[in-house]
Design a protein around this ligand. Structure first.
Ligand code: FAD
Length: 400
C-alpha cells in the first residue's frame, strides 16, 4: 500500500499494531480457523497494550484517538494475515463502545468502558434478527418495562459475533411497539447488558459457517430475560439515533478491514507470481497474470482514499455539527462498499494467480477469499448501500 498522506499518528499505530500482530503468524490463524478456536490470546495481547481503547476517551483509559486511527489499526490487523477472524475478535469492542461512551451515563461508562479496554470484558453487538433482516426498524425483540428498575427482554437475534465469549452485549430492542410509534425509527432503545449464558431466559447457539471460523457467530434467544433499567444507553425510544453513531464507525472499520485483507492477498499473489516458474519464466511475466493484479492494486488504492475520507469525516463530525449525519453515512457506506468490492477482486485474483495452490490451506489465500465475503454482506449488504446512496446522494425515490 502507498503510505503517502497518512498522519504521523496513523503511521505510529500501524507500526505498533503490526509489531503485536507479527507474534501471531499465518499458522496461528490457519489452526484457529480449522479448530474453530477463539483467538483469546490475540485479543488479550491487543488489550494489554491498550489498543481496544484506541478511539475511546483518555479519562476512561482510552487512547483518545479517532476512527481514522482505529480504521488503520483494523486494516493493520487483517493485513497481518489475521484476516477477518482477527478483526472480528476485536472490532465490536471498538465501534460498539462509541455510542456507549457518547450517550451512556457517567456511572455506566465508568463501570464498563475501562474493563472493555483492559480486556476483562469483551462485548458483542446485537442488532440482526432472523425475521426482519436488513429491515432493522422492524426488529421485534422487545424490552418491556417490568417495573421501575427492570426490563424483560424476549426475542431472537442472529449472527451475533463473539456471543460465546463476550460478557456484554450492546443490544438494540424495541421498547415501544411498532404500532404505537409515528415513525418506525422511534420506539427502539439501546442497552449495554450482561450476557449471562448460564442464566435462564438466555440461550446462545453457535452457527456453522464458511470462514472466519476462529470467531463464533450465534443465534441468541431471549425468553423473559431480565435486565436492569440502568443498562439502557441514553433516553428510552431514542436507540436508533444513538446506534447510528456506532454503525457509521462500524462501516469505516469494516472498510479498513476489507482493505487490509485485499492488500494481504495481493502481496501473496505478487510473491507467487514472481517465484513460480512455468514455461521457463515467472508467471508474473504474463500480462494475463500481471494486469489483473495491477488492476486490483489500483482498485484498493482508490477504495483506500474513500475509506480514510469517511473516517476523517466521522471524526470531524464529532466536533463540527454543521457536518450532516447523512453526509457521514453516505461516505461511510460508500467506503465500505468500495473497499469490500476491491478487496474481493484482490482475493479472488490471488487464488487464481496461485493456480492449484490457491486452493491449498498452506498458502492462506483460500482463507482470505472465504473471509472477504463477510464485508460484502455485513454489516449492511451491497444492495442496501446502493439503495441508500441512490436515495441520499442522488435524490432518487426511496426504494426500501
Ligand atoms: C459472519 C457474519 C457476522 C455477523 N456479525 C453480526 C453481529 O455481530 N451483529 C449483528 O447484529 N449482525 C451480524 N451479522 C449480520 C449481518 O449484519 C446481516 O447478515 C446483514 O446485515 C444482512 O442481513 P440478512 O442476513 O438478514 O439479509 P436479508 O435482509 O435477508 O437480505 C438478503 C438479501 O436480500 C437483499 N435485499 C433485502 N432487501 C432488499 C431491498 N429492499 N433491495 C435490494 N436488495 C435487498 C440483501 O441485500 C441481501 O442480498 C453478521 C453476518 C455475518 C455473515
Amino acid at each position: 500500500m502507498e503510505l503517502t498522506g497518512f498522519s504521523d499518528e496513523q503511521l505510529t499505530v500501524r507500526d505498533a499494531v503490526s509489531n503485536i500482530c507479527s507474534r501471531f503468524p499465518n499458522t496461528y490463524w490457519q489452526e484457529h480457523d480449522q479448530k474453530e478456536q477463539d483467538p483469546t490470546d490475540f485479543h488479550a495481547a491487543l488489550a494489554k497494550d491498550g489498543w481496544l481503547g484506541i478511539a475511546l476517551p483518555e479519562h476512561l483509559g482510552g487512547g483518545g484517538l479517532g476512527i481514522s486511527e482505529a480504521t488503520m489499526m483494523m486494516q493493520t490487523i487483517t493485513q497481518s494475515g489475521a484476516g477477518m477472524a482477527g478483526a472480528q475478535a476485536i472490532h465490536a469492542n471498538v465501534y460498539a463502545t462509541q455510542p456507549l461512551a457518547k450517550f451512556g451515563s457517567e456511572e455506566q461508562v465508568n463501570e464498563t468502558i475501562p474493563k472493555i479496554i483492559n480486556g476483562t470484558w469483551r462485548t458483542c453487538f446485537g442488532v440482526t434478527e432472523p425475521n426482519t433482516g436488513l429491515e432493522t426498524l422492524k426488529l421485534k425483540t422487545l424490552a418491556k418495562k417490568k417495573d421501575e428498575h427492570t426490563y424483560t427482554v424476549s426475542g431472537q437475534k442472529i449472527w451475533i459475533t463473539c456471543a460465546q465469549v463476550a460478557s456484554k452485549m450492546i443490544l438494540l430492542a424495541r421498547t415501544t411497539p411498532l404500532e404505537e410509534v409515528k415513525k418506525s425509527s422511534q420506539g427502539l432503545s439501546l442497552f449495554c447488558i450482561d450476557l449471562d449464558r448460564g442464566h435462564p431466559g438466555l440461550d446462545v447457539q453457535k452457527i456453522k459457517k464458511m470462514g472466519g471460523r476462529a470467531v463464533d457467530a450465534n443465534e441468541v434467544f431471549f425468553d423473559n430475560y431480565d435486565i436492569p433499567a440502568s443498562t439502557r444507553i441514553g433516553a428510552e425510544n431514542d436507540g436508533f439515533k444513538i446506534i447510528l453513531h456506532g454503525m457509521n464507525a462500524e462501516r469505516c472499520l469494516l472498510a479498513g478491514e476489507a482493505l487490509g485483507l485485499g492488500y494481504a492477498a495481493l502481496e501473496k499473489a505478487v510473491q507467487y507470481a514472481n517465484d513460480r516458474v512455468v514455461f521457463g519464466r515467472p508467471i508474473g511475466k504474463n500480462q494475463g497474470i500481471a494486469h489483473p493484479l495491477a488492476d486490483a492494486w489500483m482498485k484498493l488504492e482508490a477504495a483506500k482514499l474513500a475509506t480514510y475520507h469517511a473516517a476523517r469525516l466521522y471524526d470531524a463530525s464529532a466536533a463540527d455539527e454543521s457536518i450532516p449525519m447523512h453526509s457521514v453515512g453516505v461516505a461511510a457506506n460508500s467506503a465500505k462498499y468500495l473497499a469490500a468490492e476491491a478487496a474481493f477482486t484482490a482475493c479472488e485474483r490471488a487464488v487464481l494467480t496461485h493456480g492449484g495452490m490457491g486452493y491449498a490451506m498452506e498458502y492462506d489465500v483460500e482463507r482470505y477469499l472465504r473471509e472477504i465475503l463477510v464485508p460484502r454482506i455485513a454489516p449492511v449488504s451491497r444492495e442496501m448501500i446502493m439503495n441508500y446512496v441512490g436515495e441520499k446522494a442522488l435524490g432518487l425515490p426511496r426504494s426500501y
